[in-house]
Each structure stands twice: as structure tokens, then as C-alpha cells.
Write a protein that binds this ligand. Structure first.
Ligand SMILES: Cc1ncc(COP(=O)(O)O)c(C=O)c1O
Length: 397
């Protein structure tokens, strides 16, 4: 689990910056990237920017040699600002406006994803400038978020679509899939890899790239398989693929989820029907938006110890849906006490809103590569005693 800050440091950050906060640890992000690379050797990663579109995340992953999966003109603007080489980007949204395609081409991104004939036709006029990946749908029962219902052609339509593209003079260079986010088993990946390989072998058009998407699970519950074990069947399936095929992936969640911690504070409390409700200054319209959109349950704790009781944690808006956790066991809290959400990097800040005109959580960044100066005030605050942790950089965004 995350715990990249000691409780005293959490307290000090909250005192210094106020709550709510999201604290991003780029060292933890780097660790996740290294672990995934070790689990999938030979696979080239394109970080799915949508998971956490944060400049420090992009900068850290750029330094590590990652490419970027972008899916909108806003994401293009962001990677452009971070001086990402367009050749290291792929545009993965299967459904685009002509404007989206033009924005990506103007930036210099030339790899796009399609999954149907109407989308293919949009590329006729750009055919000399692009290479396409055909996204194939593989439904997954073990993913928390099934992405193959909304996107991807049926496997048995793939060859025909590749042929139609060839007739239009459009270069399809490979296949892609996304078996769904937060997969609990690699079975769907393995099945999709095998089926894609079958299509690639049958295709008269030579296909040189296989994009195995995302879906690599974050350990929210402390029981999720270690990434190396999770990927073992995927490694095995990929080992059967001819060496000249370029294997790429689009991980989002696995890289960023454990790298962010939420710090919120209790702003009010009330006893309702015999249960204590704590009202926090962050909720499902803010950093905890993944409770709704991402179906995620985050490990939540406080800095207090002692006897615990079942209570409700609610967010700060006026809406009754704004409840983070019901029947959660916590010690008695007082107004001002801090509540910590772990594993809160993926699809959290990314989907937060401004509902009720409430400000979103401030993001603090630690250990960003190349940003190794620590302000004396912060150093004092983070390290009251002589520093014993790795130096951290703290930028407010
Ligand atoms: C096209 C595409 N690629 C990659 C991802 C990232 O997936 P994950 O966060 O499960 O790794 C997503 C998530 O929605 C996606 O839609």
C-alpha cells in the first residue's frame, strides 16, 4: 500500500497547505513503472494520460522513456506543453471528430485507433500520413470496468475491415484491444492475445504491431495479485508471438494509483439514526469521484488510534449521493481531524468536478525528477529532525 509519507509528515503538509490535498509521489510512480517493465519485458509502454493527466506524472514517465496514449485534443495540448516527442504518442480514441484527427496530426502524432468502417473513412484524406491500429473487442467478466462493450469490432469483422482499409489505400499496421480496467485475472488478456495472433496470421496485409491495452490491476484491497504473478500468463502468451511483432501496452491505473494519497479533514459531524456521520472537505464530486465513475473502493484510514466504530464518511456537497463510505470502522473523530485515502492516483483527480463551486483538492508533488531543490521552509516542515528520508521536491499545482 501507499504509505509514502509518515503520519507526522501528513499532518505537517495539511497544516502548511490546508486540506483537501492530493499528494503525488513520483518515486512511487517510478517504482510502479519499473515493476511493470520487469513483469512485461520487451513491451513498450504508452501511459494512458486520462488516468491522471498531471504534468509531473508525464514528466517523470518521459524521463523513464515511456510513450503516451492520448485520446483528446486537451491531452495532446498537455503532452505538447511537456515537450513530448509526438513520435512517442499514439491516439487511442476509437471515435473521433475530424478536428481531433487534425489536431493530432498537427502535433505530429500519426498512429490512430479505429474500430469500424465509418471511422476508417475519416482517414481516407489523411491516408499518406497515418498508420492505424484496429481495435478488437473482447468482453471481460473479470474487469471492474468493461471497455469492450463500448469499443472494438468483433474479432470476426477484423479481416474484412483490414481489407476495406487496404482498398482505400489506408495503412493498418496492427491490432489493439483493451480487456477492461482493473482486471482480476489475466485470462482475458491471454485470450485476446491469442485471438489477435490468429487474425494477424490470417491477414493478407502484414501487421507489425500488437497493442495489448491496459487493465493491469492496482492493489486496492491488499489482496490483489502481485504484478509479476498477474503478468506471468501474459508473458507466456506473448512468448509465442513472432519476434518481429512490436508489442505495446497502454497502462494507466497500475502506474498512478498507488502514487497518490488523499488528505482531507473532518468539517462537521452529526449522529443520524444512531450512526455518526463525518462530513469531509473532499467527496465523490471531488477526489473521490472514482467511487462513482470508476467503481473503486479506496483504503481509508485516519491518523487516530483507538477503539473503532461503524460510521459514515460523507463529502462536502449538498447532494445525498456524496457519500464516500458507509459502515466504515474508524475511531471517534473530531472536527479538523485528517482522513487519509490511499491508492488515489487513478481516475480520481481526473474525474473530479467543481460542483457546488467547491475548489478541487490541491495537488502536491514529491520527488519529481530534475526538481531536486527543497525550499528551506519545506525542508524544515517535512524533516523537523535531520533529514532521514530521500529528498523530496514539493511543487504546488
Ligand atoms: C484506450 C484506453 N487505453 C488505456 C486505458 C488505461 O487503462 P488502465 O487504466 O486499466 O490501465 C484506458 C482506460 O480507460 C483506455 O480507454
Amino acid at each position: 500500500m501507499t504509505a509514502f509519507l509518515k503520519d507526522i509528515e501528513i499532518q505537517q503538509l495539511a497544516e502548511q497547505h490546508g486540506a483537501p490535498l492530493l499528494v503525488l509521489d513520483c518515486a512511487r510512480l517510478q517504482q510502479q513503472y519499473d515493476d511493470l517493465q520487469a513483469a512485461l519485458p520487451g513491451v513498450e509502454f504508452f501511459y494512458a494520460v486520462k488516468a491522471l493527466p498531471n504534468d509531473a506524472v508525464i514528466n517523470t514517465l518521459k524521463q523513464l522513456g515511456a510513450g503516451f496514449d492520448i485520446a483528446s485534443s486537451g491531452e495532446i495540448d498537455q503532452v505538447h506543453r511537456q515537450q513530448i516527442n509526438p513520435r512517442r504518442t499514439i491516439h487511442t480514441h476509437p471515435i473521433k471528430k475530424d478536428r481531433d484527427i487534425r489536431d493530432a496530426l498537427r502535433f505530429g502524432c500519426t498512429t490512430f485507433v479505429v474500430d469500424n468502417i465509418d471511422e476508417l473513412k475519416k482517414f481516407r484524406k489523411y491516408r499518406h500520413r497515418v498508420g492505424l491500429l484496429l481495435r478488437v473487442s473482447f468482453r471481460s467478466e473479470t474487469a471492474v470496468v468493461d471497455l469492450s462493450r463500448k469499443f472494438g469490432c468483433n474479432p470476426d469483422e477484423a479481416l474484412q475491415l483490414i481489407q476495406r482499409a487496404q482498398q482505400m489505400g489506408i495503412h493498418v499496421k496492427g491490432l489493439s484491444f483493451h480487456v477492461g480496467s482493473q482486471s482480476s485475472s489475466a485470462d482475458a488478456h491471454v485470450h485476446a492475445i491469442e485471438q489477435c495472433m490468429r487474425i494477424m496470421l490470417q491477414s493478407e496485409v502484414p501487421l507489425s504491431t500488437l497493442d495489448i491495452g491496459g487493465g493491469f490491476p492496482a492493489n486496492y484491497d491488499g489482496k490483489t495479485q502481485d504484478i509479476n504473478d498477474f503478468c506471468a500468463p501474459i508473458r507466456e502468451a506473448l512468448s509465442k508471438i513472432p519476434a518481429d511483432i512490436n508489442i505495446i501496452a497502454e497502462p494507466g491505473r497500475f502506474l498512478v494509483a498507488p502514487a497518490v494519497m488523499s488528505i482531507s479533514s473532518v468539517m462537521g459531524k452529526a449522529v443520524r439514526a444512531g450512526t455518526t456521520w463525518y462530513y469531509l472537505d473532499d467527496g465523490v464530486y471531488g477526489s473521490y469521484s472514482g467511487r462513482i465513475f470508476d467503481h473503486a473502493t479506496y483504503p481509508i484510514r485516519t491518523l487516530k488510534t483507538g477503539e473503532t466504530r461503524s460510521c459514515v464518511l460523507a463529502g462536502p456537497t449538498c447532494d445525498s449521493i456524496d457519500v464516500i463510505a458507509e459502515d466504515i470502522q474508524l475511531p471517534e473523530l473530531e472536527i479538523g481531524d485528517l482522513v487519509i485515502g490511499e491508492m488515489m492516483g487513478a481516475y480520481t483527480a481526473a474525474t473530479a468536478t467543481d460542483f457546488n463551486s467547491l475548489a478541487r483538492a490541491k495537488v502536491l508533488v514529491l520527488n519529481e525528477p530534475g526538481q531536486d531543490t527543497l525550499t528551506p521552509a519545506l525542508q524544515e516542515s517535512l524533516f523537523p529532525q535531520p533529514p532521514e528520508l530521500v529528498p523530496a521536491t514539493l511543487n504546488t499545482h
